[in-house]
Design a protein around this ligand. Sequence first.
Ligand code: SF4
Ligand code: SF4
Length: 417
Amino acid sequence: MSNRKDAEALREKYFHSMGESLTEAGNLEDAVVFFQKAIDIRETSYAWYGLARALYAAGDVAGAVGAMSRAIKLAPGTAEYYHERAGFLEALGRPDLAGDDVGKAVSLDRNYERVDEIRWAARVVEESFLPPAGPIPDVTRIRSGELRRAFEEARGADILRKPSCPVLSCPAYCCHFTGRLLLHGVTIGPWKLQGLRRHFQEKGLRERELLDIFPVAEAEHAESLFPPQDVMKLGGVPSVAFPRQGTSPLGRDLARDIPKGKDYRTLMWIGQEARPCVFLSGGRCSLYDVGDEASLEPCSSFLCMTGFVFVVLRFLGLIDGEAMSARSMAELNGIAVDALIILARDVYGSDETLALSKTVADELQTAVEGDISGDDVLRDAAMERYRLLKTRHEDLIGGLAASAGKRIARLFAGGVG
Ligand code: SF4
Ligand code: SF4
Protein backbone atom coordinates (compact mmCIF):
# COMPACT_ATOMS: atom_id res chain seq x y z
CA MET A 1 0.00 0.00 0.00
CA SER A 2 1.32 3.48 -0.85
CA ASN A 3 1.87 6.19 1.74
CA ARG A 4 -0.97 8.14 0.11
CA LYS A 5 -3.43 5.28 0.67
CA ASP A 6 -2.18 4.84 4.24
CA ALA A 7 -2.67 8.57 4.83
CA GLU A 8 -6.25 8.38 3.56
CA ALA A 9 -7.01 5.34 5.72
CA LEU A 10 -5.49 7.13 8.72
CA ARG A 11 -7.74 10.13 8.08
CA GLU A 12 -10.77 7.87 8.28
CA LYS A 13 -9.42 6.27 11.44
CA TYR A 14 -8.83 9.71 12.97
CA PHE A 15 -12.40 10.87 12.27
CA HIS A 16 -13.84 7.61 13.53
CA SER A 17 -11.82 7.57 16.74
CA MET A 18 -12.60 11.24 17.36
CA GLY A 19 -16.28 10.33 17.00
CA GLU A 20 -15.83 7.59 19.60
CA SER A 21 -13.99 9.76 22.10
CA LEU A 22 -16.39 12.69 21.69
CA THR A 23 -19.32 10.32 22.28
CA GLU A 24 -17.56 9.11 25.39
CA ALA A 25 -17.06 12.70 26.54
CA GLY A 26 -20.73 13.51 25.91
CA ASN A 27 -20.02 15.99 23.10
CA LEU A 28 -22.60 14.38 20.85
CA GLU A 29 -23.07 17.14 18.31
CA ASP A 30 -19.39 17.07 17.32
CA ALA A 31 -19.29 13.27 17.55
CA VAL A 32 -22.01 13.05 14.90
CA VAL A 33 -20.02 15.38 12.62
CA PHE A 34 -16.86 13.29 12.99
CA PHE A 35 -18.63 10.00 12.31
CA GLN A 36 -20.17 11.52 9.20
CA LYS A 37 -16.73 12.68 8.03
CA ALA A 38 -15.41 9.13 8.50
CA ILE A 39 -18.35 7.75 6.50
CA ASP A 40 -17.71 10.31 3.73
CA ILE A 41 -14.25 8.81 3.28
CA ARG A 42 -15.38 5.19 3.50
CA GLU A 43 -18.60 3.55 4.59
CA THR A 44 -17.91 1.03 7.32
CA SER A 45 -20.35 -0.81 9.52
CA TYR A 46 -18.53 0.35 12.65
CA ALA A 47 -18.71 4.06 11.71
CA TRP A 48 -22.47 3.73 11.09
CA TYR A 49 -22.71 1.89 14.40
CA GLY A 50 -20.82 4.70 16.18
CA LEU A 51 -23.03 7.29 14.49
CA ALA A 52 -26.16 5.41 15.53
CA ARG A 53 -25.08 5.36 19.16
CA ALA A 54 -24.18 9.05 19.14
CA LEU A 55 -27.53 9.97 17.52
CA TYR A 56 -29.41 7.88 20.06
CA ALA A 57 -27.57 9.49 22.97
CA ALA A 58 -28.36 12.91 21.44
CA GLY A 59 -32.08 12.04 21.39
CA ASP A 60 -32.45 11.44 17.65
CA VAL A 61 -33.95 7.96 18.00
CA ALA A 62 -35.29 7.69 14.45
CA GLY A 63 -31.89 8.79 13.07
CA ALA A 64 -30.23 6.17 15.28
CA VAL A 65 -32.47 3.42 13.89
CA GLY A 66 -31.63 4.55 10.34
CA ALA A 67 -27.88 4.61 10.98
CA MET A 68 -27.93 1.21 12.72
CA SER A 69 -29.86 -0.21 9.78
CA ARG A 70 -27.00 0.93 7.52
CA ALA A 71 -24.55 -0.83 9.82
CA ILE A 72 -26.66 -3.99 9.63
CA LYS A 73 -26.78 -3.79 5.84
CA LEU A 74 -22.99 -3.74 5.73
CA ALA A 75 -22.53 -6.46 8.39
CA PRO A 76 -25.72 -8.52 8.56
CA GLY A 77 -24.11 -11.26 10.67
CA THR A 78 -23.32 -9.01 13.65
CA ALA A 79 -25.66 -9.86 16.53
CA GLU A 80 -24.63 -6.77 18.48
CA TYR A 81 -26.14 -4.42 15.87
CA TYR A 82 -29.57 -6.07 16.06
CA HIS A 83 -29.38 -6.01 19.85
CA GLU A 84 -28.63 -2.27 19.85
CA ARG A 85 -31.31 -1.50 17.27
CA ALA A 86 -33.81 -3.42 19.40
CA GLY A 87 -33.16 -0.93 22.22
CA PHE A 88 -33.70 2.01 19.85
CA LEU A 89 -36.91 0.52 18.45
CA GLU A 90 -38.22 -0.04 21.95
CA ALA A 91 -37.56 3.65 22.70
CA LEU A 92 -39.32 4.56 19.48
CA GLY A 93 -42.45 2.77 20.68
CA ARG A 94 -42.09 -0.22 18.34
CA PRO A 95 -41.80 -3.21 20.71
CA ASP A 96 -42.98 -5.52 17.88
CA LEU A 97 -39.97 -4.64 15.69
CA ALA A 98 -37.71 -4.62 18.73
CA GLY A 99 -38.80 -8.20 19.48
CA ASP A 100 -37.85 -9.24 15.95
CA ASP A 101 -34.39 -7.75 16.38
CA VAL A 102 -33.87 -9.44 19.75
CA GLY A 103 -34.83 -12.72 18.08
CA LYS A 104 -32.29 -12.11 15.30
CA ALA A 105 -29.52 -11.23 17.74
CA VAL A 106 -30.20 -14.38 19.79
CA SER A 107 -30.39 -16.56 16.70
CA LEU A 108 -26.93 -15.32 15.70
CA ASP A 109 -25.51 -15.66 19.20
CA ARG A 110 -27.36 -17.28 22.13
CA ASN A 111 -25.40 -15.16 24.59
CA TYR A 112 -27.48 -12.14 23.58
CA GLU A 113 -30.13 -13.53 25.91
CA ARG A 114 -27.84 -12.58 28.79
CA VAL A 115 -25.54 -9.98 27.32
CA ASP A 116 -26.20 -7.43 30.08
CA GLU A 117 -25.16 -9.98 32.68
CA ILE A 118 -22.02 -10.83 30.68
CA ARG A 119 -21.03 -7.17 30.52
CA TRP A 120 -21.71 -6.72 34.22
CA ALA A 121 -19.58 -9.78 35.02
CA ALA A 122 -16.68 -8.56 32.87
CA ARG A 123 -16.78 -5.18 34.63
CA VAL A 124 -16.83 -6.73 38.10
CA VAL A 125 -13.94 -9.11 37.42
CA GLU A 126 -11.84 -6.53 35.59
CA GLU A 127 -12.32 -3.90 38.28
CA SER A 128 -11.03 -6.25 40.93
CA PHE A 129 -7.68 -6.30 39.11
CA LEU A 130 -7.45 -2.57 38.52
CA PRO A 131 -5.77 -0.20 40.98
CA PRO A 132 -8.22 1.09 43.61
CA ALA A 133 -10.02 4.31 42.75
CA GLY A 134 -9.24 7.46 44.70
CA PRO A 135 -6.69 10.23 44.74
CA ILE A 136 -3.21 9.13 43.65
CA PRO A 137 -0.54 10.68 45.85
CA ASP A 138 3.02 11.18 44.67
CA VAL A 139 4.58 7.88 45.74
CA THR A 140 7.94 9.56 46.46
CA ARG A 141 6.25 11.48 49.27
CA ILE A 142 5.46 8.26 51.16
CA ARG A 143 8.09 7.99 53.90
CA SER A 144 7.52 4.44 55.14
CA GLY A 145 9.21 1.83 52.93
CA GLU A 146 6.69 -0.88 53.82
CA LEU A 147 3.79 1.38 53.00
CA ARG A 148 5.34 2.51 49.73
CA ARG A 149 5.77 -1.12 48.69
CA ALA A 150 2.20 -1.98 49.71
CA PHE A 151 0.92 1.04 47.82
CA GLU A 152 2.91 0.23 44.70
CA GLU A 153 1.83 -3.39 44.88
CA ALA A 154 -1.84 -2.34 45.11
CA ARG A 155 -1.46 0.03 42.17
CA GLY A 156 0.47 -2.53 40.16
CA ALA A 157 -1.77 -5.44 41.08
CA ASP A 158 -3.01 -5.39 37.54
CA ILE A 159 -2.43 -8.90 36.22
CA LEU A 160 -3.91 -7.66 32.97
CA ARG A 161 -0.91 -5.46 32.24
CA LYS A 162 1.33 -7.01 29.60
CA PRO A 163 -0.22 -10.44 30.05
CA SER A 164 0.69 -13.41 27.96
CA CYS A 165 -2.40 -15.25 26.85
CA PRO A 166 -2.67 -18.85 28.06
CA VAL A 167 -5.08 -19.97 25.32
CA LEU A 168 -2.59 -22.05 23.36
CA SER A 169 -5.14 -23.49 20.99
CA CYS A 170 -6.06 -20.02 19.70
CA PRO A 171 -4.63 -19.16 16.28
CA ALA A 172 -4.01 -15.75 17.89
CA TYR A 173 -6.92 -13.98 16.28
CA CYS A 174 -5.80 -10.82 18.06
CA CYS A 175 -2.70 -10.69 15.82
CA HIS A 176 -4.76 -10.75 12.61
CA PHE A 177 -5.69 -7.44 11.05
CA THR A 178 -7.89 -6.21 8.27
CA GLY A 179 -5.67 -3.46 6.90
CA ARG A 180 -2.12 -2.68 7.88
CA LEU A 181 -1.04 -2.81 11.50
CA LEU A 182 -0.21 0.88 11.39
CA LEU A 183 -3.93 1.60 11.02
CA HIS A 184 -4.63 -0.28 14.22
CA GLY A 185 -2.06 1.60 16.24
CA VAL A 186 0.58 -1.13 16.30
CA THR A 187 3.82 0.84 16.17
CA ILE A 188 7.25 0.06 17.58
CA GLY A 189 8.95 2.23 20.23
CA PRO A 190 12.66 3.16 20.05
CA TRP A 191 13.91 0.67 22.69
CA LYS A 192 12.05 -2.21 21.19
CA LEU A 193 13.35 -1.21 17.77
CA GLN A 194 16.92 -1.31 19.06
CA GLY A 195 16.33 -4.75 20.55
CA LEU A 196 14.73 -5.94 17.34
CA ARG A 197 17.62 -4.73 15.22
CA ARG A 198 20.08 -6.65 17.40
CA HIS A 199 17.84 -9.68 17.16
CA PHE A 200 17.54 -9.43 13.36
CA GLN A 201 21.29 -9.16 13.08
CA GLU A 202 21.90 -12.20 15.27
CA LYS A 203 19.38 -14.27 13.35
CA GLY A 204 20.42 -13.01 9.93
CA LEU A 205 16.93 -11.59 9.31
CA ARG A 206 16.30 -8.71 6.95
CA GLU A 207 14.62 -5.74 8.63
CA ARG A 208 13.13 -4.58 5.34
CA GLU A 209 11.12 -7.79 5.03
CA LEU A 210 9.71 -7.56 8.54
CA LEU A 211 9.21 -3.88 9.31
CA ASP A 212 7.65 -1.06 7.38
CA ILE A 213 7.96 2.67 7.90
CA PHE A 214 5.45 5.50 7.57
CA PRO A 215 6.59 9.15 7.47
CA VAL A 216 4.23 10.87 9.90
CA ALA A 217 4.18 14.17 7.98
CA GLU A 218 2.03 12.35 5.40
CA ALA A 219 -0.81 12.01 7.90
CA GLU A 220 -2.96 14.84 9.16
CA HIS A 221 -3.43 14.82 12.94
CA ALA A 222 -0.36 12.59 13.35
CA GLU A 223 0.02 13.83 16.93
CA SER A 224 -3.20 12.15 18.00
CA LEU A 225 -2.71 9.03 15.88
CA PHE A 226 0.74 7.97 17.05
CA PRO A 227 2.27 7.87 20.53
CA PRO A 228 4.92 10.64 20.47
CA GLN A 229 7.58 8.28 21.85
CA ASP A 230 7.15 6.00 18.82
CA VAL A 231 7.90 8.78 16.32
CA MET A 232 11.59 8.53 15.40
CA LYS A 233 13.83 9.92 12.70
CA LEU A 234 14.22 7.02 10.31
CA GLY A 235 16.14 7.74 7.13
CA GLY A 236 16.28 11.36 8.31
CA VAL A 237 12.47 11.76 8.39
CA PRO A 238 10.18 11.63 11.47
CA SER A 239 8.46 8.27 11.01
CA VAL A 240 6.84 5.36 12.79
CA ALA A 241 7.96 1.77 12.31
CA PHE A 242 5.45 -1.07 12.36
CA PRO A 243 5.33 -4.80 11.61
CA ARG A 244 4.45 -5.91 8.11
CA GLN A 245 1.69 -8.41 7.48
CA GLY A 246 1.94 -12.05 6.58
CA THR A 247 0.26 -13.36 3.49
CA SER A 248 -2.47 -15.90 4.23
CA PRO A 249 -5.90 -14.53 5.10
CA LEU A 250 -7.65 -15.99 8.12
CA GLY A 251 -10.30 -17.60 5.93
CA ARG A 252 -13.96 -18.41 6.49
CA ASP A 253 -13.57 -21.47 8.71
CA LEU A 254 -11.35 -19.82 11.30
CA ALA A 255 -13.20 -16.51 11.08
CA ARG A 256 -16.34 -18.28 12.36
CA ASP A 257 -14.83 -18.73 15.82
CA ILE A 258 -13.42 -15.24 16.42
CA PRO A 259 -13.75 -14.35 20.09
CA LYS A 260 -15.38 -11.12 21.29
CA GLY A 261 -13.83 -8.18 23.09
CA LYS A 262 -13.79 -7.96 26.88
CA ASP A 263 -17.05 -6.01 26.69
CA TYR A 264 -18.57 -8.72 24.50
CA ARG A 265 -18.40 -6.46 21.46
CA THR A 266 -17.33 -7.53 18.00
CA LEU A 267 -13.63 -7.14 17.18
CA MET A 268 -14.09 -5.16 14.00
CA TRP A 269 -10.52 -5.44 12.78
CA ILE A 270 -10.68 -9.22 12.42
CA GLY A 271 -12.60 -10.78 9.57
CA GLN A 272 -12.01 -13.58 7.11
CA GLU A 273 -9.82 -11.28 5.00
CA ALA A 274 -7.60 -10.36 7.97
CA ARG A 275 -3.96 -11.35 7.64
CA PRO A 276 -1.53 -12.07 10.46
CA CYS A 277 1.23 -9.84 11.72
CA VAL A 278 4.50 -11.05 10.24
CA PHE A 279 5.78 -11.82 13.76
CA LEU A 280 3.04 -14.33 14.44
CA SER A 281 4.66 -17.71 14.38
CA GLY A 282 2.96 -20.95 15.39
CA GLY A 283 0.14 -18.99 17.02
CA ARG A 284 2.51 -16.99 19.25
CA CYS A 285 4.30 -13.62 19.03
CA SER A 286 7.90 -14.29 18.06
CA LEU A 287 9.19 -10.92 19.26
CA TYR A 288 7.37 -10.82 22.60
CA ASP A 289 10.57 -11.24 24.62
CA VAL A 290 13.01 -9.53 22.29
CA GLY A 291 14.92 -6.60 23.84
CA ASP A 292 14.30 -5.26 27.32
CA GLU A 293 10.60 -4.71 26.79
CA ALA A 294 8.05 -7.48 26.65
CA SER A 295 5.72 -7.21 23.68
CA LEU A 296 4.95 -4.01 21.78
CA GLU A 297 3.17 -1.39 23.83
CA PRO A 298 -0.03 -1.34 21.72
CA CYS A 299 -0.20 -5.16 21.65
CA SER A 300 0.50 -5.56 25.33
CA SER A 301 -2.80 -4.58 26.85
CA PHE A 302 -5.13 -6.36 24.47
CA LEU A 303 -6.98 -9.44 25.59
CA CYS A 304 -10.19 -10.71 24.08
CA MET A 305 -12.93 -11.95 26.41
CA THR A 306 -11.63 -15.53 26.21
CA GLY A 307 -8.00 -14.53 26.81
CA PHE A 308 -9.06 -12.27 29.69
CA VAL A 309 -11.02 -14.99 31.48
CA PHE A 310 -8.22 -17.53 31.07
CA VAL A 311 -5.63 -15.05 32.38
CA VAL A 312 -7.77 -14.69 35.52
CA LEU A 313 -8.24 -18.47 35.77
CA ARG A 314 -4.48 -18.95 35.45
CA PHE A 315 -3.95 -16.38 38.23
CA LEU A 316 -6.33 -18.35 40.44
CA GLY A 317 -4.58 -21.62 39.59
CA LEU A 318 -7.72 -22.96 37.91
CA ILE A 319 -6.37 -23.75 34.46
CA ASP A 320 -6.24 -27.29 33.26
CA GLY A 321 -4.05 -27.25 30.15
CA GLU A 322 -5.11 -30.70 29.06
CA ALA A 323 -8.83 -29.94 29.29
CA MET A 324 -8.23 -26.69 27.40
CA SER A 325 -6.31 -28.25 24.57
CA ALA A 326 -9.09 -30.80 24.01
CA ARG A 327 -11.56 -27.98 23.28
CA SER A 328 -12.06 -26.02 20.09
CA MET A 329 -11.78 -22.25 20.09
CA ALA A 330 -15.55 -21.91 19.69
CA GLU A 331 -16.02 -24.10 22.78
CA LEU A 332 -13.42 -22.13 24.75
CA ASN A 333 -15.21 -18.89 23.87
CA GLY A 334 -18.41 -20.34 25.32
CA ILE A 335 -16.71 -21.78 28.40
CA ALA A 336 -15.02 -18.42 29.04
CA VAL A 337 -18.38 -16.64 29.19
CA ASP A 338 -19.86 -19.19 31.60
CA ALA A 339 -16.72 -19.13 33.74
CA LEU A 340 -16.76 -15.33 33.78
CA ILE A 341 -20.29 -15.29 35.18
CA ILE A 342 -19.33 -17.81 37.88
CA LEU A 343 -16.28 -15.72 38.81
CA ALA A 344 -18.33 -12.52 39.02
CA ARG A 345 -21.30 -13.95 40.91
CA ASP A 346 -19.46 -16.23 43.31
CA VAL A 347 -15.98 -14.79 43.73
CA TYR A 348 -15.24 -11.17 42.82
CA GLY A 349 -18.75 -9.75 42.88
CA SER A 350 -20.01 -11.44 46.05
CA ASP A 351 -21.19 -8.94 48.69
CA GLU A 352 -18.56 -10.17 51.12
CA THR A 353 -15.70 -9.77 48.64
CA LEU A 354 -16.81 -6.31 47.52
CA ALA A 355 -17.17 -5.07 51.10
CA LEU A 356 -13.80 -6.48 52.13
CA SER A 357 -12.01 -5.13 49.04
CA LYS A 358 -13.33 -1.68 49.81
CA THR A 359 -12.20 -1.83 53.44
CA VAL A 360 -8.71 -3.00 52.42
CA ALA A 361 -8.39 -0.12 49.93
CA ASP A 362 -9.73 2.40 52.48
CA GLU A 363 -7.22 1.33 55.14
CA LEU A 364 -4.35 1.64 52.70
CA GLN A 365 -5.54 5.08 51.67
CA THR A 366 -5.79 6.16 55.33
CA ALA A 367 -2.25 4.88 55.98
CA VAL A 368 -0.91 6.83 52.98
CA GLU A 369 -2.68 10.02 54.07
CA GLY A 370 -1.39 9.60 57.64
CA ASP A 371 2.17 9.06 56.40
CA ILE A 372 2.18 12.04 54.05
CA SER A 373 0.68 14.37 56.64
CA GLY A 374 3.27 13.24 59.24
CA ASP A 375 0.72 11.46 61.46
CA ASP A 376 2.67 8.26 62.19
CA VAL A 377 0.20 7.02 64.81
CA LEU A 378 -2.66 7.13 62.30
CA ARG A 379 -0.49 5.48 59.66
CA ASP A 380 0.71 2.62 61.87
CA ALA A 381 -2.78 1.83 63.14
CA ALA A 382 -4.18 1.82 59.59
CA MET A 383 -1.28 -0.33 58.38
CA GLU A 384 -1.94 -2.91 61.07
CA ARG A 385 -5.61 -3.16 60.09
CA TYR A 386 -4.60 -3.23 56.42
CA ARG A 387 -2.28 -6.25 56.89
CA LEU A 388 -4.95 -8.15 58.76
CA LEU A 389 -7.71 -7.36 56.28
CA LYS A 390 -5.53 -8.07 53.28
CA THR A 391 -4.78 -11.57 54.54
CA ARG A 392 -8.47 -12.08 55.24
CA HIS A 393 -9.27 -10.89 51.71
CA GLU A 394 -6.75 -13.29 50.13
CA ASP A 395 -8.12 -16.18 52.17
CA LEU A 396 -11.67 -15.31 51.18
CA ILE A 397 -10.82 -15.16 47.46
CA GLY A 398 -8.88 -18.43 47.76
CA GLY A 399 -11.83 -20.21 49.41
CA LEU A 400 -14.43 -18.86 46.99
CA ALA A 401 -12.21 -19.57 43.99
CA ALA A 402 -11.72 -23.17 45.09
CA SER A 403 -15.45 -23.87 45.06
CA ALA A 404 -15.99 -21.84 41.87
CA GLY A 405 -13.14 -23.86 40.35
CA LYS A 406 -15.12 -27.08 40.79
CA ARG A 407 -18.02 -25.62 38.85
CA ILE A 408 -15.67 -24.27 36.19
CA ALA A 409 -14.04 -27.69 35.83
CA ARG A 410 -17.51 -29.11 35.11
CA LEU A 411 -17.83 -26.69 32.18
CA PHE A 412 -14.87 -28.42 30.56
CA ALA A 413 -16.49 -31.76 31.22
CA GLY A 414 -19.52 -30.52 29.29
CA GLY A 415 -21.79 -29.78 32.27
CA VAL A 416 -23.58 -26.57 33.14
CA GLY A 417 -21.26 -25.57 35.96
S1 SF4 B 1 -6.17 -12.81 23.56
FE1 SF4 B 1 -7.86 -13.91 22.60
S2 SF4 B 1 -7.51 -13.77 20.41
FE2 SF4 B 1 -5.57 -13.29 21.44
S3 SF4 B 1 -4.47 -15.26 21.62
FE3 SF4 B 1 -5.65 -15.01 23.49
S4 SF4 B 1 -7.59 -16.08 23.12
FE4 SF4 B 1 -6.63 -15.70 21.14
S1 SF4 C 1 3.90 -7.81 17.34
FE1 SF4 C 1 3.43 -9.79 18.24
S2 SF4 C 1 1.66 -9.38 19.60
FE2 SF4 C 1 1.86 -7.63 18.22
S3 SF4 C 1 0.50 -8.10 16.53
FE3 SF4 C 1 2.52 -8.85 15.95
S4 SF4 C 1 2.57 -11.02 16.57
FE4 SF4 C 1 0.85 -10.02 17.60
